[in-house]
Design a protein around this ligand. Structure first.
Ligand SMILES: [Cu+2]
Length: 111
């Protein structure tokens, strides 16, 4: 049941252009807003578990992250700008963009 819900959510998210590009085009479709060369980006959805406004991290129980080959799990991510955490709340359902430079993950957008 849980997986079915996720698939449904991802399908809905697929209507967005950014998501569609990650799903179908991979690196080739990355646009000007993408991080520096070498970094990969992906899009995921999930439920916020914990927010650390001082540390600048957010823990998300997320589904598979398209584009980064990450399966569903709960993990903590640093955000690009702590201000991004200001309006988030625990158990909020979010969509996020994640970049990975080969070493570290970074949330570049979350809503
Ligand atoms: Cu993860």
């Amino acid at each position: 049941m849980k997986n079915l819900l996720l698939i449904t959510l991802l399908a809905i998210a697929g209507a967005g252009t950014a998501f569609a590009q990650h799903a179908s085009g991979g690196q080739h479709a990355v646009q000007a807003q993408a991080p520096a060369s070498g970094a990969k980006t992906g899009t995921g959805t999930g439920l916020i578990q914990r927010i650390d406004k001082e540390g600048g991290t957010v823990t998300i129980k997320h589904g598979p992250v398209q584009g980064l080959n990450m399966s569903a799990m709960t993990m903590s991510f640093p955000v690009k700008d702590k201000a991004m955490l200001a309006n988030l709340q625990p158990l909020q359902k979010v969509e996020f963009e994640l970049s990975y430079d080969g070493k570290d993950y970074l949330i570049t957008r979350i809503k």
